[in-house]
Ligand binder design. Structure first.
Ligand SMILES: [Zn+2]
Length: 206
């Protein structure tokens, strides 16, 4: 918080500051949340605190797809109903939630945990690309769908992966550009995302 309120009790101020660190929470919302918590029964406040701790203690990355999970391999990788010949590559775990909501995709996933961004000093070695290549060594995989976001970094990452994967003899496709420019996978509605999946195109390039 840029302007701490001197009259605020220490513990309350601390809580306001912690809320303010969260994405999308401005100073006013942070204060409202802190005061809301103050009025909560102790049992509810404890349940919230425990949920926060539990998520940090029990959630790990799936050793196969790198998605967040409480069981390893995750439920998607271990799911007998999934099509094990296709991997959809996404930037973040939340993208998987969006794609699963469409119910249009039955294959597997791979989470990169970011995008190539020289401006932020993020190179291919900082992403879960090595892990992806390891999975492609099994000849079961026939198609990789690149579902990075339609941003400069997302496109650059898809291009990089396309160049890396095509020589392996795997079909490499990209979500159809039905997604609005700058519209992230995470926020796309089900119909748009289903269409982008259905209309996926061969990745072109050198
Ligand atoms: Zn998994």
């Amino acid at each position: 918080m840029r302007e701490p309120i001197p009259s605020l009790a220490g513990p309350l101020l601390r809580l306001v500051e912690e809320f303010h660190k969260l994405p999308g929470i401005g100073p006013k919302t942070a204060q409202r949340l802190a005061y809301h918590l103050l009025r909560m029964p102790a049992s509810e406040a404890r349940a919230l605190a425990e949920a926060i701790l539990e998520v940090k203690e029990k959630i790990v990355l799936c050793s196969i797809c790198q998605n967040v999970t409480d069981v390893n391999p995750c439920r998607i990788c271990a799911g007998p109903q999934r099509d094990g010949t296709t991997i959809c590559v996404v930037e973040e775990p939340l993208d998987i939630l969006a794609l699963e909501r469409t119910r249009a995709y039955k294959g597997l996933y791979h989470v990169l945990h970011g995008v190539i961004s020289p401006m932020d000093g993020i190179g291919p070695e900082d992403l879960k690309i090595k892990e992806l290549l390891g999975r492609l060594r099994s000849d079961q995989i026939r198609e990789v769908i690149l579902a990075t976001n339609p941003t400069i970094e997302g496109d650059a990452t898809a291009m990089y992966l396309g160049r890396l994967l095509r020589p392996l003899g795997i079909r490499v496709t990209q979500l159809a550009r039905g997604l609005p420019a700058g519209g992230d996978v995470e926020y796309a509605d089900d119909i748009t995302l289903s269409r982008a999946l259905e209309g996926r195109q061969e990745m072109e390039g050198p």
